[in-house]
Design a protein around this ligand. Structure first.
Ligand SMILES: [Ca+2]
Length: 192
């Protein structure tokens, strides 16, 4: 039975567009669905946001808030679906309201990849991130730990994107085969 023409088309497009659009693998990274998708002891806020109508917030007051080994840590965690060995970039917005002491630490698969401390008050939301993050497996845990003794740390618009994957150069024989196969399909269709 001849292969329908519409089955051949996605194959051609895939070959022509190797750098397809990359999707954010974080669920509810903008916290518009409150804290759905996250394991946490933070709160959801609707007053101070970077975008939309909600952000995540912590008013944890102690150095233990950002100690990953402390039961008193203030954590916001999500298990991300990753490709083992894949390289990712992380991006997010933080607003430390109220002055010092404050802190934010970010862990990727249990490894500290970002830290900030004692940000002055009044800066508003500031964009931060980390790049060249390698996935340790098919699931990688992303964790934020937050501290703000005088008031609140706000987090919004968390995204994790896979870096562009270098495309293997097709074997010359493969290209010739595809090139020959597509006109062949069309000619079979005409004869049907
Ligand atoms: Ca938001």
């Amino acid at each position: 039975m001849p292969t329908p023409r519409w089955l051949a088309l996605p194959l051609v497009l895939t070959l022509a567009l190797p750098g397809a659009a990359r999707a954010n693998i974080v669920v509810n990274g903008g916290f518009e669905a409150v804290l759905s998708g996250w394991s946490n002891n933070w709160s959801s806020e609707n007053t101070i946001v970077h975008s939309g109508s909600r952000s995540a917030a912590s008013g944890c007051q102690d150095p233990t808030c950002v100690d990953p080994n402390s039961p008193a840590r203030s954590f916001l965690t999500q298990d991300l679906p990753t490709v083992a060995g894949g390289v990712y970039s992380l991006d997010f917005f933080v607003n430390q309201v109220g002055g010092t002491p404050n802190a934010l630490r970010v862990y990727w698969g249990g490894t500290l990849v970002f830290a900030m401390a004692d940000t002055p008050d009044g800066l508003g939301f500031v964009e931060h991130g980390a790049s060249n993050l390698t996935a340790v497996g098919n699931t990688t845990t992303l964790t934020f730990l937050g501290r703000n003794d005088p008031d609140t740390v706000y987090l919004d618009d968390v995204s994790v994107l896979q870096a562009a994957v270098p495309q293997p150069v097709p074997e010359p024989g493969t290209v010739a085969l595809v090139g020959a196969a597509v006109p062949g399909l069309f000619s079979l269709r005409r004869r049907a």
